[in-house]
Design a binder for this molecule. Sequence first.
Ligand SMILES: [Zn+2]
Length: 237
Amino acid sequence: MLLPVMMSLPTNSTVGLLLSGGLDSAVLLGTLLERGCQVQPFYVRSRLSWETAELSAVRQLLAAMASPCLAELVVLDMPADDLYGDHWSVTGRGVPGAETPDAAVFLPGRNALLLIKPAIWCRLHGIEQLAMAVLATNPFGDATPEFFADFQSALCRATGAMVRLSLPFAQMTKRQVMELGRPWPLELTFCCISPVDGLHCGRCNKCAERIEAFRAAGMEDRTHYAGEKEQTRSAFV
Ligand SMILES: [Zn+2]
């Protein structure tokens, strides 16, 4: 019998976690550790233009959040440059700016590409749950509960065993997630799609979302943005 996708936090068990290095997945990592879960983090490398900076940030974040319950990062390659061609995500040219809508950063099939290898890794290593920090406000078709239920069902059929997808933030807003993240070093997270010398650019769609997330939560944004001198975050809002 197929079980539904989990919308609550798993407890006292081993869980795989898709870690993008961004705010949401970092908060989910902290929350899982806080709940006593053994966490196996995954980073999926797709040869997109921001990934060198992003993966470096992921490693720093994991070092800062080191715990006996936190396993070593597993990096899985799922190249998408052959798929996306001369798209901005591969070339780094024409990256959607701060004024663009969320839909501007849609990458076709992204969540399916991100999930498939970590899910199979979990299956091969006896891990029965794979968590992902999808929010209620995510606007894309491959971030809906229906998509995840279908994907979980297909995974089960394909592997002959259950890897349950866990989406603990699927009914939460960004602001609620930021509240949960107060104890964690969120300045070490990374979400820029146009990094400059490894730093957040402060000007792209995702940087704008990040700046707004800190502002809306009333939290100090300690991110070091490229070209930024010592100044307050209010200069960006
Ligand atoms: Zn940026």
